[in-house]
Design a protein around this ligand. Sequence first.
Ligand SMILES: Cc1cc2nc3c(=O)[nH]c(=O)nc-3n(C[C@H](O)[C@H](O)[C@H](O)COP(=O)(O)O)c2cc1C
Length: 357
Amino acid sequence: VTNAFTDMPLARGPVMSNRLMLAPMTNCQSRADGVLGDDEARWLLLRARGGFGAVMTCAAHVLREGQAFEGQLGIWSEEHVAGLRELTDGLRAAGSVSAIQLHHGGERASAELTGMPTVCPWENGQSGARMLGTGEVENVASAFVEAALRAQRAGFDGVELHAAHGYLLGQFLNAEHNRRSDGFGGSFAHRRRLLDLILAEVRRCAGPGFQIGVRLSPERYGLDTAEMIELAESLMASGAVDYLDLSLWDCWAEPKDVRFAGRSLLECFSGLERGSARLGVAGNLRSASEVQRCLDAGIDFALIGRAAILHHDFPRQIQLDPTFEARALPVSRDFLAREGVGQKFIDYLARWENFVV
Ligand SMILES: Cc1cc2nc3c(=O)[nH]c(=O)nc-3n(C[C@H](O)[C@H](O)[C@H](O)COP(=O)(O)O)c2cc1C
């Protein structure tokens, strides 16, 4: 039986010492120029020391114009490497595998923050984003690859491509709106082409030891659930990714698409051919028993988001006490500060519904 504290070799790179990965979480603690901030480093290091087998950073933008959040981590310049190098040294010393999430906001980038127009796979009347030209799509692909190589130079064990939540890579997957006719839109094969291209190029340039993951949303954001299932299976079975990270928000929810009624979203993916890739899920996992329920359902590892904000040592807690459950929300600012959540992150969380008293 797999439990949360069975170690997890991946197809490449270092072994995770358990089945718990810190979920990528925007925390608004980087400097205005995208350089890693001290509070952000502290937040992540404390989670590594708290027992997470792998720590993933927040979404980090790969081009200046891709920034979506104030205080967002950047990885679009060599200036970003030194701070990240210090972080990865610390994570490794704490025994944690490290990954950085690579992101471009696309139409959801902030023109106000970047001072640059927002872009999108299509001409977007609603958001005002301009349609990317074909050459610009190729530049986006190069930016993701260069960011991955920067991450490798900074000492990360791997990268995760953020293709979930309707940001740029997810916008290309959009079945409703991406009708480009230049080979990057229209048919499903063409809508996924940018993602496929980046994956192949990162693998070719970063070499065989580097871990590559992809985060997908299974629905909403103009996505077709059947296509996302097909995409997930082909990415895993072909060996294009070392792991897939499904962002479910609630692991036990049923798909909105009635064609998949009667089972959970998680079950739509857990039976797929996986090759040597690993499958992880994020979605309101708050206790030892919920993590175990995912593993029992055939999932390889759990990504922990909000419960890891509340408890820097969530892994240690569930290891010591199988009845452990994360504290109920909302919590006080003092409580968060004691868990190594900095003031700017607390301010950001205060904008989430019912998080901070
Ligand atoms: C404060 C906060 C920031 C987040 N930022 C990101 C992000 O940068 N990238 C991402 O892919 N998901 C992000 N998410 C989603 C989480 O990674 C996770 O999938 C989600 O919170 C569900 O897991 P949980 O129920 O354990 O929190 C964020 C979630 C929270 C609560």
